[in-house]
Design a protein around this ligand. Sequence first.
Ligand SMILES: Cc1cc2nc3c(=O)[nH]c(=O)nc-3n(C[C@H](O)[C@H](O)[C@H](O)COP(=O)(O)O)c2cc1C
Length: 421
Amino acid sequence: MDRFALTDLDHPIVQAPLAGGPSTPALAAAVSAAGGLGFLATGYKTPEAVGEDVAAVRALTDAPFGVNVFAGGGAPAAASEVERYAGELAGESERLGVALGSPRFDDDQFAAKVELLIEARPAVVSFTFALPPARVVERLHAVGSAVWITVTTPGEARAAVAAGADALVVQGAEAGGHRGTFDDAEPGEIALLPLLQLVTAATASHASVPDGATAEAASGARVTDGAVAPTADGAGVTDGVAALTAGGAGVTDGVAALTAGGAGVTDGAVKSPGLPLVAAGGIANGAGVAAVLAAGAAAAQLGSAFMLTPEAGTSAPHRTALADPAPTALTRAFSGRSARGIVNRFMRDHDAAAPRAYPEIHHLTAPLRAAARANGDADAINLWAGQAHELAEARPAGELVTQLAVDARTALRTAAARFGA
Ligand SMILES: Cc1cc2nc3c(=O)[nH]c(=O)nc-3n(C[C@H](O)[C@H](O)[C@H](O)COP(=O)(O)O)c2cc1C
């Protein structure tokens, strides 16, 4: 069965899944109908609500779209740590006039959501926070859904390739919302541009290896645990990433190098990755889209940039905060897992004390955040946002997709002209 490929899209632009309110069927449908790829977020929703969202997108458009699932991972935190933090938040509870939520460990109904999606067969099912189990990948593939996995380090990228992913969502540290890192004890903090280059290098040797299994790469280089031994002819390999020598002349290109007159310099500076890469984190306009495409990504994924669109379910105080220039930071203060948001009083007051305890702290602070949202109190809300949030525009999502595509084309032409192309 043919699975969705990014080359099926009119525009290599993906709307990031945005759990907690901003993602709506209207947003996903508008992006997909405009020739990008819209996404639903299933995080914190019941399977029934997810089913309704999928049906709602399908009622609005026939275009392909994706659905994102939290892949669990982690383990319950020490109860004493959660209790200590609950004590820390007593003043917030008093100030907002609501009781703290009851902290509990759960997997966000992973199995039920997967069953629903196997039935619903969206074009893409993406996973964050961990690798999906092998059986889940197999079953989604069997019904024709492509599987994408979010990665934040080259090591996670290699693991995702080996798990059978059809594409990698490469999430730089600039990204708004939770880090997709598999182990929150070590949240990947590599920025998008270095990460794209590192992931390309780490996975390029898997090119044309079916299902990403660790095996002999097309070049003949033996791949072991992502590292690459010398190529068969051995001569002149300089970058250690399944490089092919270019006529043995010393300077190498990554994949299928062409010598320029045989004099050592090769053409084709950007390596072809083994899998399509979807770049996410701090991309806010057409130039940003162009930049990641130039760096080898197959598509750009934007989150914050879509949060001011009328189709998004972003709360009013969150919209106001996004539009203003303000610094962002990573914090566990709201959910117990590293996430990037606009710095506010709650983050400043509680970041240092917040334990690594997801989703217990998410449940603990949920009533506080809901009350703050209802009061329009932006100082106690998790204002998830990427580093370029202030560039977000309040315009219809479909129009934004078209504008991004036009501006990205212009940016790429301008950049090519710098080299006389
Ligand atoms: C409000 C918000 C909610 C998010 N929810 C999810 C989610 O449910 N699943 C996911 O994989 N990523 C989620 N993310 C991360 C985005 O998918 C994406 O990586 C990020 O928005 C990219 O950075 P940018 O906001 O600078 O464009 C969320 C981000 C934000 C800002």
